[in-house]
Write a new protein. Structure first.
Length: 240
């Protein structure tokens, strides 16, 4: 864990007016004006499909804790795991959004890499998130993430990820940022199958991308039978 005692963040403020990808902890991860919107979008999705405090959550590309600032206080200690190669983003996210006391209390775990190689034993993740990660990845990188996530998901676990749906696939290589790339849903389904995961586009609104679920065979889909994802339905199903 970062030694944050007596440290100051490298960047502060809301970053309003900066372009996505700018060297500011909020702007680097996307449009600064959507920082709060994305937080709410993901947290509401997870709670509307059954997330509870005892579940284990993997936040792929956790950045400056745009989502983690809501998940870390909510989850039981040790149940949040964030993956982010840009360590300064996590540092500024903690110092500006979460606070050192919350980190001590909730004991989140961070890996400063672009893969899950730090974890040699299964993490038994119930819910994983990759918000606006696959929209910057080559097929090879997406394939790597899906295969690694599949190994660490519980038998009934699920990865919710966004991608940009297009009629033709990006055919380049590497990590493309801050530019975006897109794929057909059929290609995403094929990549999911290679990792032993099911795939389904879900009806959950995003300002610019498409949400999809990549799930293990034991995962029970709460949006099945053409029903919309909603808190009311989860309560009626007895999920909470």
């Amino acid at each position: 864990m970062l030694n944050l005692f007596r440290q100051k963040p490298l960047t502060t403020g809301t970053g309003e007016g900066l372009k996505p990808g700018a060297s500011h902890y909020r702007a680097y991860v996307g449009p600064p004006g959507d920082y709060d919107l994305v937080s709410a979008m993901v947290f509401n999705l997870l709670t509307c499909v059954g997330l509870r405090q005892h579940h284990r959550v993997l936040d792929i590309g956790c950045g400056s804790l745009r989502i983690g600032r809501l998940l870390i206080p909510y989850l039981n200690p040790g149940n949040y795991i964030g993956i982010e190669p840009n360590q300064w983003l996590v540092r500024d996210g903690i110092l500006n959004e979460v606070g050192q006391d919350m980190i001590r209390l909730k004991k989140p775990e961070f890996s400063y890499r672009d893969n899950l190689d730090d974890f040699t034993k299964p993490l038994h993740i119930n819910y994983a998130i990759a918000q606006s990660i696959f929209s910057h990845c080559s097929r090879e990188i997406i394939r790597q993430w899906l295969c690694q996530a599949s190994r660490h998901l519980a038998d009934d676990g699920v990865l919710f990820a966004t991608f940009i749906s297009r009629e033709a696939d990006f055919d380049g290589r590497g990590w493309v940022y801050p530019d975006c790339v897109g794929y057909t849903p059929a290609t995403m389904a094929k990549l999911a199958a290679e990792g032993g995961l099911g795939f389904e586009v879900i009806d959950w609104r995003h300002p610019r991308q498409t949400w999809a679920a990549f799930y293990k065979p034991g995962y029970q889909k709460p949006w099945a039978e053409g029903q919309p994802i909603s808190w009311n339905r989860i309560v009626d199903m007895g999920k909470p």
